[in-house]
Design a protein around this ligand. Sequence first.
Ligand code: PEP
Length: 248
Amino acid sequence: MRRKLAAGNWKMNGLSASLVEVEKLLEYHPKPACEVLICPPATLIAQLAWRIKNKELAVGGQDCHWNASGAHTGDISAPMLVDAGASHVIIGHSERRADHGESDALVQAKCTAALAAGLTAVVCVGETEHQRDTGITLSVIGMQLAHSLPDDCTAARVVIAYEPVWAIGTGRTPTLAEIGEVHDFIRKTITTRFGAEGNGMRILYGGSVKPSNAAEIFAVSNVDGALVGGASLKASDFGAIIAALEAA
Ligand code: PEP
């Protein structure tokens, strides 16, 4: 049985005062039936981790460097995330692939660094609108999986997030059949490569998940949860998504 996961990606949003939303969330969901993860900006990780000590909530980073330390001004390493209280890290989000030119090889190196530090890596893949329109979605996802995941991926420590680039922050989503097709393809691909570990890895859907569409998305085969951007910023919205996942 794969444990469902609701992951919130705050992106470059949130100041100390925003952590009140997490407190509200914990009031609504003190003992969620699924795993809940919040990835705030790096500046809030230590503060959030401290505030939620002994609570059923995990804290994650949104990126890490592939080296553990060194002359990399402005970067944050995986051991630093662990030191700040993070247990997870998002790797290869499409905004980092686009804004920072991150290649699959770099994503793989970051994933290796995250696993070496003891973090659970949430590795993102997804096609652009042009790639979907030209019918190459599955081959794009297949290439990203092949080159972004290191060989030592396990079900306990790696989560895949399928996030169509064109659905992120746009309010648009693929059809349920399209989501199912990609998730089934990812399951087949990772099971072929990693065996039982691949069968046990969670596959999240991400891209404009909100309270109004969460339940139908969670009913799709091989959708084990969601990576949520905008709707994770408000406790009421994220709480409703968590409730939909608990009921799925
Ligand atoms: C994301 O940033 O991972 C994301 C899915 O964003 P949104 O939910 O806002 O589309």
